[in-house]
Design a protein around this ligand. Structure first.
Ligand SMILES: CC(C)(COP(=O)(O)OP(=O)(O)OC[C@H]1O[C@@H](n2cnc3c(N)ncnc32)[C@H](O)[C@@H]1OP(=O)(O)O)[C@@H](O)C(=O)NCCC(=O)NCCS
Length: 251
């Protein structure tokens, strides 16, 4: 549920626009932002369009593009040492880096076709922001697309990373036409490796991240693995539950 900041044409003099609450709801093949005021519960629905549109829907989540104002939630996500254990040895990402580098990079990627980028993931049940998924050119083999995910500690172990990874893989190798998708992680990150396997990727190679990528890490800590899958008959993408009613709405 969100707090409406601006409600053009709907804000009577007697109530402040900021007092409206809103919730996302699917209907007629679109997503709607349903506004109501707690004093009278009267509802008004507006279609969600433009950059705020739901990008992709899974059984329990929806993905949307990041916005400038998401810097705080991204900061909170990376501020949890367990979340960053295999990424930065538990170190948080500075807010300034999120504001000045990470979010602007997301915007650049949103301009490209077929889709690529980082998408915010929310639970469909209550709209909670739970983390993100990405599909971007692989930094080591740029001809391949790299899948990634980062979720809040509180939602781990419910199959959400696998669900999101499968949905992105299915589109990446299907309607978006990418030939190969890979994923990389530290060798000891068993949960992430398991997500890759459950999503249909297979082990491809072991490698070491360079010292320039992980400065100050020992060689053992830089040991990593790559998993991958290709489009076509050999692809092992597993069934996406609820996929028959999922749709890509907007992009
Ligand atoms: C990795 C991560 C995305 C997994 O998310 P999740 O929603 O819990 O993943 P899922 O529930 O879909 O699957 C996790 C699987 O790993 C298994 N697992 C979890 N911890 C494990 C461990 N220490 N050893 C072996 N398997 C483990 C789970 O049992 C589950 O497999 P199962 O369904 O066969 O039982 C989540 O832990 C996360 O966001 N971590 C922080 C960010 C991160 O490290 N991202 C990946 C960077 S490469």
């Amino acid at each position: 549920m969100g707090q409406a900041k601006m409600l053009p044409g709907l804000c009577p003099d007697k109530v402040k626009a900021n007092d409206y609450q809103w919730k996302l709801r699917a209907g007629n093949g679109k997503w709607w932002r349903v506004f109501w005021h707690p004093s009278n519960n009267e509802e008004v629905s507006l279609p969600v369009t433009g950059p705020d549109a739901i990008f992709l829907e899974t059984e329990r989540m929806y993905f949307r593009r990041f916005r400038v104002e998401d810097a705080e939630v991204l900061f909170e996500l990376d501020n949890e040492p367990a979340v960053m254990r295999f990424i930065s040895q538990g170190q948080p990402t500075p807010l300034s880096q999120i504001q000045n580098e990470i979010i602007p990079r997301c915007f650049d990627q949103y301009q490209q076709t077929p889709p690529r980028g980082f998408w915010a993931a929310h639970l469909r049940d209550d709209d909670e922001f739970i983390g993100w998924f990405h599909l971007r050119p692989d930094r080591i083999s740029p001809g391949e697309m790299e899948l990634g995910y980062r979720l809040k500690r509180s939602v781990w172990g419910r199959g959400l990373a696998t669900e999101g990874a499968r949905a992105l893989l299915k589109r990446a190798l299907g309607e978006w036409g990418y030939a190969k998708v890979c994923a990389r992680t530290r060798a000891g990150h068993l949960a992430s490796r398991r997500v890759m396997e459950k999503a249909g990727l297979t082990f491809e190679a072991e490698f070491f991240y360079g010292e320039n990528v992980l400065p100050g890490w020992t060689e053992a800590e830089r040991r990593a693995v790559k998993y991958s899958t290709r489009s076509g008959p050999a692809s092992r993408i597993f069934e996406v539950p609820g996929e028959n009613r999922a749709a890509t709405i907007g992009s």
